[in-house]
Design a binder for this molecule. Structure first.
Ligand code: PLP
Length: 472
């Protein structure tokens, strides 16, 4: 048989390397072994004049890059909120690459357009969002914020008789943005990109449970007028705080505000009957964002935007020109809802993960990872010199380590916490990040990988015990 157009050899090498990597996850160190200089030396080859066979390219790429790969795909990576990939989602992502569809238009890729339609409807149902809401598959939660807040900008200015898509923001009625004081930085970036300016953000004060308080929201709403956007949060990135949506959203809506919710990972609480109470009333909002690449365990990049007012969403995003054949109002054209024109067919991997997990698997994933986060936090918190700072009902927790000397200051405890994190990470057994939380340095625990097992938790707690001994 002749192998003409298809370079099977390179693809087969790729498959071989992929399976070897996945099979080796339990053995390989979680933290990348290669440093900056080593990676620059290995990868920084001269660009060849004549091309190189694909097999050799892929072999060398794996050899040179893999020492610089963190095993976030494995079960002992607890740094940041980073999920892994369920098998069918990884495979669907491979197929997405092989099919190489431009998922801008139904006409360019009928199946990619329809798979988004189907997965979008499933997601609205899973999250309990209004059936009439529109949606978009984007690169991540930050771009989902851009999408939703562009729709918000359109909606609140339309209500004042101002067409922002034509007239822009210069000279428009100023928009106030009232936002959870502990919001994720991606909200600010989205607001900057959209021309709001950081100075237009009024931070909403938090109560003793780290949630926006009704009194704080009322006072902020009363302190001004004009078009207003309120940004709330489902799942704060350290202790997964959830704003009390059922109390807050009716207050905001009564004053005509658009309510946007950042639910990057926290919106997934809705899929678990044990955690659903955390997001009660979230469906009352006007727009919602979440990620596929975190809790759903879909490969990067995968963000999701939902907007109640589909007309505002479409007005903010649509592109129509004569050379692009639109779906004619029958098929859904992704281009009407996303900030990109040419784009990856992201729906396939989301569709696959949702089917592989099913409703029960999703509930179990949220339940299991939340239990794992608590087990880790309590196990580490019980080690000598450790302190359990906080553990959420969802998948996040904070611990910290005390300097044993009697004259130790907060700075000493902070430095020891960073030292313990660095020692654990260097051991290769597990990986954690650090954060300043209410003036104290903490180690963040985030569990959202479907692969994490009880055995991973035991290994991790032992690794932290080892790091404490090593630093005693
Ligand atoms: C991760 C995260 C984001 C940003 O999401 P990306 O997918 O990285 O763009 C926004 N908000 C919260 C709460 C997050 O955890």
């Amino acid at each position: 048989m002749t192998e003409t157009r298809t370079d099977r050899a390179a693809l087969e090498r790729g498959l071989h390397h992929a399976l070897a990597f996945l099979d080796g996850l339990d053995q390989r160190p979680v933290l990348a072994r290669a440093g900056l200089e080593e990676l620059r030396r290995a990868l920084g080859k001269p660009l060849p004049q004549a091309g190189i066979p694909g097999v050799q390219v892929i072999d060398e790429l794996v050899a040179d890059a893999q020492p610089g790969i963190n095993a976030s795909q494995g079960g002992r990576f607890f740094g940041w909120v980073i999920g892994g990939g369920v098998p069918s989602a990884i495979a669907a992502d491979w197929m997405t690459t092989v099919w190489d569809q431009n998922a801008a238009l139904y006409a360019a890729t009928p199946a990619a357009a329809v798979v988004e339609e189907v997965a979008g409807a499933w997601l609205k149902d899973l999250f309990g969002l209004p059936a009439e809401a529109s949606f978009a598959f984007v690169t991540g939660c930050q771009m989902a914020h851009v999408t939703c807040l562009a729709a918000a900008r359109h909606g609140v200015l339309r209500d004042k008789g101002w067409d922002v898509e034509h007239r822009g923001l210069f000279g428009a009625p100023p928009i106030r943005v009232l936002a959870n004081a502990d919001r994720h930085g991606s909200v600010d970036v989205a607001l900057r990109i959209l021309g709001f300016g950081l100075d237009s953000i009024v931070p909403l004060p938090l109560d003793d449970r780290n949630r926006v308080s009704a009194e704080g929201l009322k006072a902020a709403l009363a302190a001004g007028d004009g078009p207003t956007v309120v940004v709330l949060q489902a799942g704060e990135l350290n202790l997964a705080g959830f704003d009390p949506f059922a109390d807050l959203i009716p207050i905001a809506k009564a004053s005509g505000a658009w309510v946007h919710v950042d639910g990057a990972f926290g919106l997934w609480a809705q899929v678990s009957p044990d955690h659903r109470h955390l997001v009660t009333g979230v469906d009352l909002a006007d727009s919602w964002t979440t990620d596929g690449h975190k809790y759903l365990n879909v490969p990067y990049d995968s963000g999701l935007a939902f907007v109640r007012d589909a007309a505002a969403h479409r007005a903010a995003m649509t592109l129509s020109t004569s050379y692009l054949p639109a779906g004619g109002g029958v098929a859904r054209d992704p281009i009407d809802w996303t900030p990109e024109l040419s784009r990856r067919a992201r729906g396939f991997a989301v569709y696959a993960a949702l089917r592989e997990l099913g409703r029960d698997g999703l509930a179990d994933l949220v339940r299991r990872t939340s239990r794992h986060a608590r087990t880790l936090a309590e196990g580490i918190g019980a080690l000598p010199g450790a302190e359990l700072v906080g553990v959420s009902e969802l998948n996040q927790a904070l611990v910290r380590f005390h300097d044993p000397s009697t004259s130790a200051t907060v700075q000493d405890h902070n430095a020891r916490t960073d030292r313990i994190i660095a020692t654990v990470n260097a051991s290769g057994e597990a990986l954690f990040g650090g954060v300043d939380w209410r003036g104290r340095r903490c180690m963040r625990i985030s569990v959202c990988n479907w692969r994490t097992t009880e055995d991973d938790l035991t290994r991790t707690i032992e690794a932290v015990r080892g790091a404490l001994l090593q630093n005693s």
